[in-house]
Design a protein around this ligand. Structure first.
Ligand SMILES: NC(=O)c1ccc[n+]([C@@H]2O[C@H](COP(=O)([O-])OP(=O)(O)OC[C@H]3O[C@@H](n4cnc5c(N)ncnc54)[C@H](O)[C@@H]3O)[C@@H](O)[C@H]2O)c1
Ligand SMILES: O=C(O)C[C@H](O)C(=O)O
Length: 343
């Protein structure tokens, strides 16, 4: 590969990991821990976070395999100091001093499964990792990727409440992949430049609980019919399943999820560093509907969530989608809370 090609690839990757520009000279040191760092998402996410100039320490934890991932990633000539931790006895050290903990630990879907089918295994994993976070880095922002997000976020909240460390501003379900898919599908269908497209996605992160608001998409367009919007909505809701089926038993989205996780963590880092007007969609504690957790646009700041933004005006189709999703989202949230209370 030519050196010029390498340089442009490196700067593209850096842009991917830090989508908005920020003077890293002024930024304080930040430690990011990734739990599940040896997995399908964990490895490329580790790479992208190593490329993020706002990260000074990168802590890679998994039950096994992290020394190799850490050694590999550590050879990249960027500032972040990388350390690998394997096994429960090293979890405390991995977490201590973290500003952000990203959790892609747990099993992924196979064809024919729903995200809720992962509950029995992933609920326990998330509960034990959250218990360790409460003990070793109770003030960290937590970016929850492990599915089913609609239940794992409430589980983490309950664990933190029990430990007396819960701060609703610091717990996030990562729904960025839904936004990324909605932007890609919308721009493709409307014939717009994908890098300009933006689409808020609200609700939750499973099937019909994923509600893209194409009526608020920018740039706006007259090119899409109601049938187009219905089809785009369905494709966004089924985006995860599209990848699970294409991978045919070899897991779910990993590369696009790593990118989405890196975009969201970068937004959190910028918020922590006081960069103004950082807005991303995320599944957070919320009072914008009657449900206790809900994904919507959130303004990020020095303490995590600075403001949960409202839904804005919805089309009749979106209003119906909102009503349709509430029972499923409510029961997934309640399932998570019940699990955490009983275990
Ligand atoms: N939020 C989203 O949009 C989104 C997108 C894609 C995938 N996911 C979810 O992310 C999770 C991970 O997916 P993947 O494809 O990376 O799976 P994977 O099986 O490739 O990797 C998971 C990793 O978690 C590790 N792990 C298991 N138990 C652990 C524990 N107690 N502590 C630390 N690490 C542990 C495993 O060793 C493995 O390395 C799945 O639950 C998947 O459904 C979420
Ligand atoms: O679909 C999955 O199981 C993984 C993830 O939630 C996704 O949206 O890709």
């Amino acid at each position: 590969m030519r050196p010029s090609m390498l340089r442009s690839m490196e700067s593209a990757l850096r842009r991917a990991a830090g989508a908005r520009s920020f003077s890293s000279g002024a930024a304080p040191g930040r430690k990011v821990a990734i739990l599940g760092a040896a997995g399908g998402i964990g490895q490329p996410l580790s790479l992208l976070m190593k490329l993020n100039p706002l990260v000074t320490r990168l802590s890679l934890y998994d039950i096994a395999g992290t020394p190799g991932v850490a050694a590999d990633v550590s050879h990249i000539n960027t500032a972040a100091q990388v350390a690998g931790f394997a096994g429960e006895e090293q979890l405390g050290e991995a977490l201590e001093g973290s500003d952000i903990v990203i959790i892609p630990a747990g099993v992924p879907r196979k064809p024919g499964m729903t995200r809720d089918d992962l509950f029995n295994i992933n609920a326990g994993i998330v509960k034990s990792l959250s218990t360790a976070i409460a003990k070793y880095c109770p003030h960290a922002l937590v970016n929850m990727i492990s599915n089913p997000v609609n239940s794992t976020v409430p589980i983490a909240a309950e664990v933190f409440k029990k430990a007396g460390t819960y701060d609703e501003k610091k717990l996030f379900g990562v729904t960025t992949l839904d936004v990324i898919r909605a932007k890609t599908f919308y721009a493709g269908k409307a014939g717009l430049p994908v890098e300009d497209a933006n689409v808020p996605v609200v609700g939750g992160h499973a099937g019909i609980t994923i509600l893209p608001l194409f009526s608020q998409a920018t740039p706006s367009t007259n090119a899409l019919s109601h049938e187009d919007i219905k089809a785009l909505t369905k494709r966004t809701q089924d985006g995860g399943t599209e990848v699970v089926e294409a991978k045919a038993g070899k897991g779910s989205a990993t590369l696009s999820m790593a990118y989405a996780g890196a975009v969201f963590a970068d937004a959190c880092l910028k918020g922590l560093n006081g960069v103004p007007d950082i807005v991303e969609c995320s599944f957070v504690q919320s009072s914008i509907t009657e449900l206790p957790f809900f994904a919507s646009k959130v303004r990020l700041g020095r303490n995590g969530v600075e403001e949960v933004l409202g839904l804005g005006s919805l089309s009749d189709f979106e209003k119906q989608g909102l009503e349709n999703l509430k029972p499923e989202l409510k029961s997934s949230i309640e399932k998570g809370i019940k699990f955490a209370k009983e275990n």
